[in-house]
Write a protein that binds this ligand. Structure first.
Ligand SMILES: [Fe+2]
Length: 197
């Protein structure tokens, strides 16, 4: 289950309906797909895409996506920090950023165009998120530095970062709740310290 945090308002949102409603007000779609018992989440890309074929096809139809793949990030991926540094600075994309999380977790920060405060969305297994084209955002991993996700594209070339040049992201640490949601203020500061190191 995802978690939303609005640092400037000291507010967190944990329940799915509230998350869905909050994100929709910014044009971001959030949903949950089943994962438990569905497939071995370490299966091959082909097996994963076959297992989720009906959901992926429905998304392709509704969103005009053409292709899907499975991305796999682990702490031992060569050049991981370099890879992360491409996406943890504020940027936009010319097409939607659509992700369904199979395992691990990550954190999007959204900087709304309407001047509302920056908020974060921590996503984990079972979470589907669609960050629309043109949304100012950045992304980071949590302390486990692990994520496996289905991605959908209209065309992969559209999913390159267009940096805003704003250093706003440097003012936010990737504070993740981790595998066990913590009531309100028990952020895993040691995780933030670990990833910032
Ligand atoms: Fe992005």
């Amino acid at each position: 289950m995802a978690h939303i945090r609005i640092p400037s308002a000291d507010r967190v949102i944990h329940d799915a309906d509230s998350i869905r409603h909050f994100l929709l007000s910014y044009g971001i779609h959030y949903d949950r797909w089943p994962v438990a018992g569905r497939i071995d989440r370490d299966a091959s890309q082909e097996e994963i895409l076959a297992a989720y074929a009906s959901e992926v096809e429905a998304l392709k139809q509704s969103g005009g996506y053409i292709t899907a793949d499975v991305v796999n990030v682990t702490p031992d991926v060569p050049g991981l920090q370099e890879m992360l540094s491409k996406f943890n600075q504020e940027h936009r994309h010319a097409e939607d950023e659509v992700r369904f999380i199979l395992k691990g977790r990550g954190i999007f920060y959204i900087n709304p165009e309407n001047g509302d405060p920056v908020f974060s969305i921590e996503i984990e297994a079972g979470d589907l998120i669609n960050v629309p084209a043109g949304t100012k955002h950045w992304f980071d991993l949590c302390a486990d530095r692990t994520i496996r996700a289905i991605r959908l594209f209209r065309e992969k070339a559209g999913w390159t970062p267009e940096y805003t040049g704003d250093a706003i992201a440097s003012g936010y640490q990737p504070l993740c709740f981790g595998p066990t949601p913590i009531a309100t203020k028990g952020f895993r500061l040691e995780q933030a310290a670990a990833i910032a190191a």
